[in-house]
Design a protein around this ligand. Sequence first.
Ligand SMILES: *[C@@H]1O[C@H](CO)[C@@H](O)[C@H](O)[C@H]1NC(C)=O
Ligand SMILES: *[C@@H]1O[C@H](CO)[C@@H](O)[C@H](O)[C@H]1NC(C)=O
Ligand SMILES: *[C@@H]1O[C@H](CO)[C@@H](O)[C@H](O)[C@H]1NC(C)=O
Length: 354
Amino acid sequence: MYCAAVLLLASGCAAKSVGYLGNLRANVQAPQQTLLSLVAAAANAKSDPSQFEVASLASLAQSLSKSGGVEETIQTIKGLVDGMLGSITSEANAAQAGVQNTSLYTQCTAQKGAAMADISALSGGTTESAAHAQCVKELTALNATYQSCLSQEELLHVTKEARCEYFASIDRSANFQSWFCHEDDYPESSSYESYLQRNIDMLAEFRSKSNCTDATSSYNTKMAECQTKQTPVASKELQCATLESSATSALCAPYEGKLAVCKTYESCWSAAGSAAGNSLNTAQSIQDNLKTQWTALKRIQCLLDVLAKSGDQTAALTACIAKTHSTDSLTLTPAAAPTKEVCSAGTAPAACVA
Ligand SMILES: *[C@@H]1O[C@H](CO)[C@@H](O)[C@H](O)[C@H]1NC(C)=O
Ligand SMILES: *[C@@H]1O[C@H](CO)[C@@H](O)[C@H](O)[C@H]1NC(C)=O
Ligand SMILES: *[C@@H]1O[C@H](CO)[C@@H](O)[C@H](O)[C@H]1NC(C)=O
């Protein structure tokens, strides 16, 4: 029965079908019942009942046949078959629209374009580089002031050393007692000239000492001044280093952003390809199913025409069996993938290690 019913519809079982047709013809008193069992069997044999509402068609025909005549029943079933052919066409069109839909690819390209435009709007490190350059300028000025202070300090140091060394060489404060207590008793122990000479020497010595003291004080003052100039240089140097690092990352951000965009574009494109492959597979199995249904319905349509006729139907029924029905209108033509755009991050700026 399975072969008779299904293959009568879908062809390929001609030998058995002829026997079954004989049976159909013999049962002319109730052709609608025969048709009903034919349709019901086709419905039961369907792999995808949700796509093929033959079962409901059959039960509707059954209820109609109870009340109406053969003619009306056949007309009603023909109307339903036409409706079903129409919905198969709609389903095939929907499947076709699906395999023609390349929007996943075009979305990837559009997103890439938008992301690249956002990156182009970035400063590219211009403001950050300018801030760093300004800082370096200020650092150079501060350092120049500091370095000049250090030179002066060095000079004062040399002077101080020289003067204090000279004072040390003539300093007699260690034997100060003898110098004053025994040499001071003019005129018995010495001449007046030598007395005066000693006092001149003492005065010179005193001046030399004061020269050493003055030089030391100048040097110390300068040293303190230079120390106050050192801290601003150090903190400016730190500030410049920080600005340099943010200038570098701001400079590299667009390049790194482009690298990321291109990477995302790659994966988006390949996901679109997988999705397209999957929906093509699905559409193809839907399409195979629709073709089977189409052929079956066309055959039922032909049989209904024969049943509506009076007289010997054998030749007409045989012709229905032999007849092939084109399903070309249901054939899918998948769209080719759109051309993938070239995505390039360009050359890495020298400061950016990718
Ligand atoms: C194409 O596919 C996208 C995403 O899969 C969907 O949002 C869109 O509605 C589809 N367009 C058409 C015309 O089918
Ligand atoms: C300051 O100047 C000196 C001498 O020119 C140089 O050696 C030094 O590296 C400079 N320091 C800074 C922080 O620029
Ligand atoms: C003290 O220093 C002055 C220069 O500031 C110099 O002319 C003088 O010779 C120095 N005197 C002594 C005793 O070293």
